[in-house]
Design a protein around this ligand. Sequence first.
Ligand SMILES: Nc1ncnc2c1ncn2[C@@H]1O[C@H](COP(=O)(O)OP(=O)(O)OP(=O)(O)O)[C@@H](O)[C@H]1O
Ligand SMILES: [Mg+2]
Length: 334
Amino acid sequence: MSGQIAPPVLRTVGLTKAFGGLIAVKSVDFEVPAGSITSLIGPNGAGKTTLFNVVAGLYEPTEGHIEFLGNRVIAAPERGWLEPLLWILPPFATWALTYVVASMGGSDNLVQVLILLGLGLLITTLITAVIRPAWYGKFLTRLGIFKTARPNDMVTAGLGRTFQNIRLFANMTALENVLVGMHSRLKASPLDALLRTRQQVLEEATSAAEGRRLLGFVGLVGRDGELARNLPYGDQRRLEIARALATRPKLLLLDEPTAGMNPSETAAMMTLFGRIKTELGLPILLIEHDMRVVMGISDGITVIDHGEKIAEGTPAEVRANSRVIEAYLGKGAV
Ligand SMILES: Nc1ncnc2c1ncn2[C@@H]1O[C@H](COP(=O)(O)OP(=O)(O)OP(=O)(O)O)[C@@H](O)[C@H]1O
Ligand SMILES: [Mg+2]
């Protein structure tokens, strides 16, 4: 409805992550508003990457939870012990029925069918539990059983990310790296690939075309056949972004994407972030140390120090905040 403010894409509520005695993230509440570039800044070791990793489902929070697109997705699991009961309930009910039918003198054929049915149900529930389709997750939530999202669940839900240390498939080409990003939403099965069915051939061609389009979008026109490890450092960073975009995310998490870049490469990256926001309409959560980047493109900034949120606001507000100046920016920055 017009006039209504869109709900935030991401929200952390009282998020805490401890590694043994070390509390890396302390009760952080913050939001990434829809359509925004929100930056997370703070000194080395402040807990920024840890916060990213919790959001991405790599770590379970010690306390608090995360809401993505309005749904609670990550928190410490609740009533997990109930789930195995759900797996064995349908087959055991069937076998109990088998017992009743057999003791009432039912036909052998019926008894055999019921035994097989119970076995089939057991296998189906176990396979469902391993694959965890979306409807199964919703069903568990409705029963009050909460299982924290895994990294692949978060990718499927719409979270794309890059890493502080580049993690590409070094011996694959640029295009193949992007195709890996698309994998989670391709429909052709391994059998389709083996038989080279029409669907598989078509999907392969469309994926390759989309992969090249994405490489072009991030500024890697014509580099699709090059091995990732042979690309210059700045281009590897761009390739990571193309791979994240290939998952068709609804939020992009970038961990220090301009680290180690020269000023002109950094400026080009800033232009790319702006285009991701305006042309793709994709919100970005950015960890960044370069204050020209942060102050130049952020709609909002959250500052953390020793795991705690110490300030948030617009670039102008954060730049003028005395706690931020003391903890991070230093007197020379203002
Ligand atoms: N897996 C881990 N096990 C134990 N301690 C960890 C782990 N990951 C991070 N830490 C610690 O948590 C704290 C926060 O680290 P984190 O990497 O999140 O900081 P950061 O803000 O990303 O720093 P930087 O700007 O240097 O990347 C640090 O003290 C770090 O040593
Ligand atoms: Mg970090």
